[in-house]
Design a binder for this molecule. Structure first.
Ligand code: JF5
Length: 264
């Protein structure tokens, strides 16, 4: 199975922002295409695909197999538990499809995804993800086919498909034109190296719990300073190493903390 977002429509039939084609192409190679396809068709990412902004193509490694059993895996040389993904379906898919490079293998051995790495990937025209399963892929795929390895954290999954979904979600929301809510990406946790400030919505009093007065004051500059102070306090409490990484508190940071009688 191979799926793709619909080709960009003829000139004039869609908004000019992506009349020139998708801003990002991501090919995913997997033995469970329906897992990735279902995810990539849902929500904001599904809409971005429909709009032609992001071109996600999911490739079933089994569809290139020619043997009667359509085998994608085999037992490991040298013995031991589990199965290994065979090299032929992976090489053959890559040679037929010519997926965008870099081709990244999902593995705990890879470079760990961070917000900065997600932004790097979003700035590429495209990239591809190879999902392992069972004990992983034949080592010759890692040595001679992929360009690198990518991890979503220090834990082991049963396969790369959920990790691919995580990467698709983190990266696709950074593609220009993707978030309808402009500014929300820049305000995100991590894009400034800080955790997010607290959010409130109606009702102004819920079960007797109010909302900080500054948020209903109408003073937008003061709201912005309060949010910065809150983000700093929250980061100091929950992820102090993030504050250290950005070089500690600036004079402006100290000023907003003092303004709201906050200490770190
Ligand atoms: C995978 C064999 C790869 O488990 C992961 C992973 C964990 N963090 N980042 C990725 O990848 C999937 C499963 C089994 C090889």
């Amino acid at each position: 199975m191979t799926t793709a977002a619909p080709d960009p429509s003829p000139a004039g039939s869609e908004s000019s922002e992506h009349a020139a084609g998708p801003r990002l192409r991501v090919d995913v190679l997997t033995i469970f295409p329906e897992m990735v396809e279902t995810f990539a068709s849902a929500s904001l990412l599904g809409k971005a695909r429909q709009r032609g902004l992001i071109d996600v193509r999911v490739h079933d490694l089994r569809s290139v197999t020619l043997d009667p059993h359509r085998s994608v895996d085999d037992s490991p040389f040298g013995g031991g538990a589990g199965m290994v993904l065979k090299p032929e379906p992976i090489f053959d898919t890559v040679e037929q499809v010519q997926p965008p490079r870099p081709l990244l293998y999902l593995s705990p051995a890879g470079r760990v995804l961070t917000q900065a790495y997600a932004a790097e990937l979003a700035s590429l025209g495209g990239f591809s993800l190879l999902c392992g399963r069972y004990e992983g892929v034949d080592e010759r795929v890692r040595e001679h086919l992929v360009d690198g390895e990518i991890s979503i954290g220090d834990y082991v999954l049963a396969g790369g498909e959920v990790a691919a979904a995580v990467i698709l979600e983190a990266v696709s929301r950074l593609v220009p034109g993707m978030v309808g809510n402009f500014g929300s990406v820049e305000d995100d946790s991590f894009s400034q190296g800080l955790l997010e400030y607290p959010h409130y919505t109606r009702p102004a009093s819920y079960r007797g719990w109010g909302v900080p007065e500054v948020l209903t004051s109408g003073d937008h500059a003061r709201v912005a300073r309060w949010r910065r102070a809150q983000a700093l306090v929250r980061t100091a409490r929950h992820r102090p190493e993030l504050l250290t990484a950005r070089g500690g508190l600036s004079p402006a940071d100290r000023a907003v903390l003092a303004e709201f009688d906050l200490e770190i």
